[in-house]
Design a protein around this ligand. Sequence first.
Ligand code: NAI
Length: 480
Amino acid sequence: MVKICCIGAGYVGGPTMAVIALKCPKIEVTVVDISVPRITAWNSDQLPIYEPGLDEVVKQCRGKNLFFSTDVEKHVSEADIIFVSVNTPTKTQGLGAGKAADLTYWESAARMIANVSKSDKIVVEKSTVPVKTAEAIEKILTHNSKEIKYQILSNPEFLAEGTAIQDLFNPDRVLIGGRETPDGQKAIQALKDVYAHWVPEDRIITTNLWSAELSKLAANAFLAQRISSVNAMSALCEATGADVTQVCHAVGKDSRIGSRFLNASVGFGGSCFQKDILNLIYICECNGLTEVANYWKQVIKVNDYQKNRFVNRIVSSMFNTVSGKKIAVLGFAFKKDTGDTRETPAIDVCNGLLGDKARLSIYDPQVTEDQIRRDLSMNKFDWDHPIHLQPASPSAVKRVNVVWDAYQATKDAHGVCILTEWDEYKTLDYQRIYDNMQKPAFIFDGRNILDGAKLREIGFIVYSIGKPLDPWLKDTISMA
Ligand code: NAI
């Protein structure tokens, strides 16, 4: 029986390994983590992450061929294939701070593998890492090895939070990079055999190590660039009277462009896009490619611009001040169907509104009050974001109220901001919400999920990103 061990029981390690266990009943899969609360939660009925379909998958295999443990060394030493799926955040201090990936967790995992291994291992990079990380890992492993052979593979993960299980069941592609030596090819085949249990052969791509590592950074950069392109267009739509939804529909009909991932919004978030682009920028700069680095920097700048623009639009339409006004914030997670708030645009928007002394009432079906308070007071590292919004001061965070109901959040509010596209926000009783709000009542739809015309009939003043502006909003542009 092949034994797999995955180091890191996070958003990637947990779901990925659960699906491997489900699809490969003859493989024993153990997910290990240094975090005791995380592993305890994986072994309980309340999994540490919310992901549609994940509970069912875990329930089917846990205790059979899927295990979660904090006994990292034991399971690593027993495994044939070790996935490393630890976090690789942006460095906050020292050389490359604010851009380069922090590989501390990776390095400590690699050193531990070298220390405890007693048999040959295939070590798989599941985390997103800079190009050439495999070479560094190889050095750590081989310099510390006791005659043990290691093969390093790059197998970046392309799942998206919110649809992780669906993405893992039916991936567009699985990418495996390895050394172009006979041993490297043998290792690639061993990992291919795992995925071949459910992924059609033509969707398993094999490349050299550096192509696989770079492909993940490139894919995230392309996706984020697409969002920034649409968002840049949304600003122009508002200025000209064009409608970004109509423009994107027309543009997306071009089969070279395609219609998916073309929605204007308050900005992208999540733990990966910004971090991976910053990492790409750093790699470009290290290779003397300043122009290329500047090109990708702009993707992040437009994202910051979009969040800032949204805040300015709210403040300027509400008579240029939100001081003391109650603003209901619907949605805090960075996208629907996840409780993940890492780099969520809601942090910047809320901090922007708090900076203008608003009172916030926040409701998100999956994010706890503790998490929201932590996020709003967190110090963000300072890259060269010219318009980056500051974290909220302790007194500002006191003006935040977190509630568990959209009607409570919106009661007596002057304005409502939609910051996450949760389906339940589409079917709220907006007449009831309007009746209980201060007048004039404003809605700022940062995800374009509501029917603006219907809301206007009720009496709301509506702002939808990239859509023709209400006369009210046009009049206030000059105040912004
Ligand atoms: P995460 O922060 O949710 O999980 C990482 C886990 O690794 C944590 O539970 C941490 O305690 C554990 N860990 C760190 N060092 C360890 C060590 N030495 N031994 C044992 N456990 C250790 O991170 P997430 O979101 O799962 O991301 C992991 C990697 O996958 C990152 O490189 C990320 O860029 C990449 N990725 C993330 C995606 C996402 O949607 N979250 C999608 C695709 C890739």
